[in-house]
Write a protein that binds this ligand. Structure first.
Ligand code: ZN
Length: 204
């Protein structure tokens, strides 16, 4: 499995292209479609995973889904974020209201998208709609876990208590590397230390 990274239009949000055997999944939608098409190359896009609804991660996702004619997988809570001009944190109050290409994930579950087995973990805290995805030992953690820290919990639909519970959930997983919504990737060992520190921080 190969992972390519693009930097998005806003706040340097990451977009990942996860490819295997000529097929790929896209994680998040913050980069321009033109840049994504170049990075995807000859791979066939089989689906898009959204880690959460904030506009830096979602702004171009409908362009991707309409161009590649594929589904967008996301937490069922994402509608509340995408349709709310405050909660989505878009630059000029833009919202996303077309859900025709979305497939919603309920509680934690494993989904099969073509040949990709994706373990989905609902991880609210940064936002109500955060979902982390584990694919072949790689954790796509969105704005829940960063290389140095965790996502903000002072935004609309954030919750410190929910973030604590989400960190407890992620702490139990086994993975090789975490690919965050911003910044560099990190190792499992780094994240176990990170989670331990921030669990204490959140309960102080
Ligand atoms: Zn965010």
């Amino acid at each position: 499995m190969e992972i390519k990274k693009l930097i998005g239009q806003y706040l340097d949000a990451n977009v990942y292209i996860v490819s295997k055997n000529g097929k790929c999944l896209i994680v998040d939608g913050g980069a321009f479609l033109y840049d994504l098409i170049k990075a995807v190359g000859n791979n066939r896009v089989v689906g898009i995973l959204l880690t959460h609804g904030h506009y830096d991660h979602s702004c171009h996702v409908l362009d991707y889904a309409n161009f590649y004619k594929c589904k967008i997988y996301a937490s069922e809570k994402i509608k509340d974020t995408l349709t709310d001009p405050v909660a989505i944190y878009s630059k000029h109050g833009e919202t996303i209201d077309d859900f025709s290409r979305f497939e919603f994930i309920g509680e934690d579950k494993t989904i099969q998208i073509d040949e990709f087995k994706v373990d989905c973990y609902y991880c609210p805290g940064h936002s109500k709609c955060c979902e982390c995805y584990l694919i072949d030992g790689k954790l796509f953690s969105g704005d829940v876990l960063f290389k140095k820290g965790i996502g903000r919990t002072d935004l609309k639909n954030s919750s410190k208590d929910e973030m604590f519970e989400s960190l407890c959930k992620l702490e139990k997983l086994t993975f090789e590397e975490a690919y965050s919504g911003h910044g560099e990737k990190s190792t499992y060992q780094t994240q176990m230390k990170n989670i331990a520190v921030f669990k204490r921080f959140l309960t102080r």
